[in-house]
Write a protein that binds this ligand. Structure first.
Ligand code: DC
Length: 228
């Protein structure tokens, strides 16, 4: 049976990761967090002390860096040149650097190629900002998740707390606004909803309800293919 590609896009804190992971678990699909890949490059950039304005050096570093995602003991781990950077890439410093780094066309070109090479037969849930618009414009299932700015900031603070990082909600909300503005207004692959993506506002929905909606869209897409 053909397994679709499920593209989940949206701004930070809309609940993409939890939802995408749960959908992948329920369907037995591969889960790919593309934001973690941009973060891995941003981590390398900060380790090498390259200013974010030095796009030439950043692209050259991105071309040399091997970014890998692997499931170890049921958890997705992120590797940059064989080093496990799963925890480091969630720091505020890397979070702040990931946005300008991800706006560099050469970095995007490299990671989009890698993302496309990660699946050739579908059966994948990929989350990011440009999955339904650029990486897999032909994905059978496209979802754009949103939530209010307040809700998104609350969720991000909670996530950081779970990782042992203390944060102030107002400050996180301000940082998120800056990042979303940059991610949405960049020239190359800005954060926009694909015209054929289903918009889901997650403010008043539980994770289970959002997951159920996506699984329903997935099941419908499979039955439509079956009818053709
Ligand atoms: O989803 P995240 O917060 O882990 O993403 C980190 C940064 O990478 C964020 O600023 C947006 C950017 N990103 C992107 O430009 N394209 C993607 N497909 C995924 C993330």
């Amino acid at each position: 049976m053909h397994k679709p590609i499920i593209a989940i896009d949206g701004p930070a804190g809309a609940g993409k990761s939890t939802v995408a992971k749960t959908v992948a678990d329920r369907l037995g699909y591969l889960y790919i967090d593309t934001g973690a890949m941009y973060r891995a490059i941003a981590w390398k950039v900060s380790q090498a002390d390259i200013p974010v304005s030095d796009t030439k050096s950043i692209v050259s570093l991105a071309m040399r860096t091997q970014v890998k995602l692997a499931i170890i003991d049921g958890e997705q781990r992120v590797f940059a040149d064989e080093e496990d950077v799963t925890v480091q890439i969630r720091s505020r410093e890397v979070t702040a650097a990931a946005s300008p780094v991800s706006a560099i066309p050469g970095v995007r070109k490299r990671l989009v190629e890698l993302q496309r090479s990660m699946t050739d037969q579908g059966g994948v849930v990929m989350e990011g900002r440009d999955i339904g618009t650029v990486v897999f414009p032909n994905a059978e299932v496209k979802v754009f998740l949103t939530a209010s700015a307040q809700q998104r900031a609350n969720r991000r603070v909670q996530q950081m707390k779970e990782m042992g990082i203390e944060a102030d909600t107002e400050q996180i909300a301000a940082e998120m606004r800056d990042r979303d503005l940059r991610d949405s207004s960049r020239a190359d692959a800005p954060l926009v909803q694909a015209p054929d993506a289903v918009l889901i506002d997650t403010d008043h929905l539980s994770i289970e309800q959002v997951v159920d909606k996506i699984i329903h869209i997935h099941d419908q897409s499979i039955s439509e293919v079956g009818k053709k």
